[in-house]
Design a protein around this ligand. Sequence first.
Ligand SMILES: Cc1cc2nc3c(=O)[nH]c(=O)nc-3n(C[C@H](O)[C@H](O)[C@H](O)COP(=O)(O)O)c2cc1C
Length: 159
Amino acid sequence: MKRKLILFRSKYGSTKEYIKELAERIQGDCVISDAKNFSGNLKDYNLIILGSCTYMGRIMIVDFIKKNKQILKRRKVYLFVVGLIPEDNEASKQSFELIPEEIRKNLLGYRKFPGRINITKLNFFERMILKMTKAKMEDLVDYSQVDLVIEDLKESGLL
Ligand SMILES: Cc1cc2nc3c(=O)[nH]c(=O)nc-3n(C[C@H](O)[C@H](O)[C@H](O)COP(=O)(O)O)c2cc1C
């Protein structure tokens, strides 16, 4: 039976928390892996959900997407990203545009979920960036957002 695959990139854990929540709500066989350690075959999966954090305008899982573009463009792929800049902000739109067009235009769905910044975990460089951009140290993680992904997938007939 074709299975579901969830791949993620998360630096400080909030994206991984969303992934755990999502996996609990998806019924049936579901493989979860950090995209950077994934060694399976993408062709073995009927549905591929990608979840990624965003740093300095870059959706972290974009490198994986670019590397596997030829296979991914023929698969059913859903993407959600996590960050503190709202989805309708121009900066968020620009981050999304960095995804190769063949993949971007073929996505089953795309959503951006609110993230978290915990100053005590950040390195010196990241702290400097935040100071310069005057970004707020916030925890906006909201697991109920995961319901939106579930609804999207149900509408597509994949759950
Ligand atoms: C240095 C730095 C840069 C960031 N840049 C962005 C950004 O460009 N866009 C955005 O939406 N969020 C940005 N964020 C917020 C993160 O995406 C947010 O903290 C997210 O929850 C991180 O996910 P993770 O915990 O899985 O690593 C940034 C955070 C830090 C610390």
